[in-house]
Design a protein around this ligand. Structure first.
Ligand SMILES: NC(=O)c1ccc[n+]([C@@H]2O[C@H](COP(=O)([O-])OP(=O)(O)OC[C@H]3O[C@@H](n4cnc5c(N)ncnc54)[C@H](O)[C@@H]3O)[C@@H](O)[C@H]2O)c1
Length: 254
């Protein structure tokens, strides 16, 4: 799909990897809607890229539908959905105090990272399936953001890894479901990227994380993630696949 002139939705577009993706899509000529719970940052990014901010919580159907309506009124129906919103957590299943991890923590992370991503995808896909096909029968493209933690989750990462593993698991069946509608689905599993989250860590910790990456021994640049996200849109044969973007990193147990 040619990105130029298409309407695109980017969840988590107010920060980090989502922000970089929103900026790259806009640079390539897309009309970008920044979907995020963080209203102030979403407005800021949208203003800078000539897009529109649609404040929404991806876990809430009403909130998502309102955002999709607002984006569509401004830009026309979207053919590109970049699912980048996500949250982290670190909790051992049995804490150092001997107590079980709070179930709420697991539920919260899976609810945003997995169920939220599925929620907006189903609402977007139903709209996209009704659009006129483009050349070759293609109607839309959807990307999910997993993590290498889907495959090599570390100590304390059960909730995060389960949520990201869920995205990996649903990629192929969703691509198969949506094949009849001409909608492609791919997932990117990033390694360690220099987003606000990691940049808040002390410099020595950042350096040691960077040194754990075989090559290149540095944190990934959000622009590198955004380039792959946009390549998934333009490469019509990429479908049903999970792509690690990690400099050959395999996470250690801790
Ligand atoms: N940074 C990394 O190294 C890295 C590595 C692997 C995977 N990831 C994944 O990449 C994605 C982006 O990470 P990041 O580092 O850019 O994080 P970030 O915190 O900078 O950005 C995440 C954005 O998602 C938004 N968000 C959170 N919950 C939301 C909800 N319910 N509805 C709508 N928006 C919501 C936040 O407001 C924020 O703007 C996440 O899914 C994360 O798990 C990041």
């Amino acid at each position: 799909m040619n990105i130029q002139g298409q309407a695109a939705l980017v969840t988590g577009g107010a920060s980090g990897l989502g922000e970089a993706t929103a900026r790259e899509l806009a640079r390539l000529g897309a009309k970008v809607a920044v979907l995020d719970v963080n209203a102030a940052l979403a407005e800021k990014v949208a203003a800078e890229i000539g897009g529109i901010a649609c404040v929404c919580d991806i876990t809430q159907a009403d909130s998502v539908n309102a955002a999709l309506d607002k984006a569509e009124a401004a830009h026309g129906p979207a053919r590109i959905l970049m699912n980048v919103a996500g949250i982290g957590s670190a909790k051992r299943i049995v804490g150092k105090d001997g107590n079980p991890a709070p179930l709420e923590d697991f539920t919260r992370v899976v609810n945003v990272n997995l169920i939220g991503a599925y929620n907006i995808s189903r609402l977007y896909a139903a709209r996209c399936a009704k659009l006129e096909p483009l050349e070759g029968g293609e109607r839309g493209v959807m990307m999910f953001t997993a993590s290498v933690a889907a495959f090599d989750g570390q100590v304390g990462q059960q909730a995060y890894s389960a949520s990201k593993g869920g995205l990996v698991g649903m990629t192929l069946p969703m691509a198969r479901d949506l094949a009849q509608h001409g909608i492609r689905v791919c997932t990117v599993a990033p390694g360690l990227f220099a987003t606000p989250l990691l940049k808040e860590l002390p410099e020595p910790v950042q350096q040691s994380l960077a040194a754990s990456i075989p090559f290149p021994p540095r944190l990934g640049k959000p622009s590198e993630f955004a380039e792959l996200a946009c390549h998934i849109v333009t490469n019509g044969h990429l479908n049903g696949e999970v792509i690690r973007l990690d400099g050959a990193l395999r996470m250690a147990p801790r």
